[in-house]
Ligand binder design. Structure first.
Ligand SMILES: [Zn+2]
Ligand SMILES: [Zn+2]
Length: 260
């Protein structure tokens, strides 16, 4: 089984003591690639993912400003993101989007910084990784207006909505990435979304160190645990875990590496 963890915060200080071992365990568990999300502690540091991808061959990276940090973005941030976007190991821009649960940045600022990153991604012709929480209607509206016409696609990461919302994201060309939440017994809407997502739009992730899947729920998450999420997706979809690994790998390579 060869899996791709399409979303991991490997730069987190929670991995400072054993990052090398975490990567080794992932490779031993069958994880072929890990996408190191580059939002880090926010601007001015934009290279949290790139630094790791430069150092570890199996890693890819993203660059972007998380909605939590939107109020830290400046014109200089956008200039540097545009320059970094061409880095060969940068496979997407993000995670960007809207988070109205925490409201760490004002909502109008979150929306503006979200749109600015869509423009950068469009210019470099790379997909976007979307974080959305309690902001679904605004997220879909902005994506429909500013992103869908590019036809570049993207990823709704750590999908936490239901089947209706999944249909809306699929209709504007998005892939849907499932993480540990899909293994939680009460996440019936997310599980239904996982059943109806077409095979060619399915992705898998950990969002480590957050949201570890059962049976490690509540512990620090790590990329090796993506195997548990693959098992759950297989069960929900009446498939074998190997097949989930194969299709999510193919989808990742097509969307993020431009391989057909
Ligand atoms: Zn997120
Ligand atoms: Zn994340």
């Amino acid at each position: 089984m060869k899996l791709i963890d399409s979303h991991c915060h490997l730069d987190s200080e929670q991995f400072d003591a054993d990052r090398e071992a975490v990567i080794e365990r992932a490779l031993a568990a069958g994880v072929e690639h890990i996408v190191a999300i580059g939002t880090g502690d926010g601007p001015p540091d934009l290279e949290a993912g790139v630094r790791l991808a430069d150092h570890y061959a199996p890693l890819y990276a993203t660059i972007g400003v998380h909605p939590h940090d939107a109020s830290k973005a400046t014109d200089d941030t956008y200039r540097r993101l545009a320059a970094l976007a061409a880095h060969p190991k940068v496979v997407a821009i993000g995670e960007t989007g809207l988070d109205y649960h925490y409201d760490h940045s004002p909502r109008n600022v979150q929306r503006d910084v979200f749109v600015q990153q869509m423009l950068i991604a469009r210019d470099v012709r790379k997909p976007i990784v979307i974080h959305t929480r309690e902001a679904w209607a605004d997220t879909i509206a902005l994506l429909t207006e500013h992103w869908a016409p590019s036809k570049l696609g993207g990823i709704i990461h750590c999908f936490s909505e239901g089947p209706r919302e999944a249909e809306q994201a699929l209709a504007i060309g998005f892939h849907i990435s499932f993480g540990g939440i899909v293994t939680f017994p009460k996440a019936v809407g997310v599980q239904e979304a996982a059943r109806i997502t077409p095979t060619n739009r399915l992705l898998i992730e950990t969002d480590a160190p957050y949201l570890a899947p059962i049976p490690n729920r509540g512990k620090r998450n790590e990329p090796a645990f993506v195997v548990e999420t693959a098992r759950k997706l297989a069960q929900l979809r009446g498939a074998e875990p190997d097949e989930i690994a194969r299709v999510t790998g193919d989808n990742f390579r097509r969307l993020c590496l431009g391989m057909s």
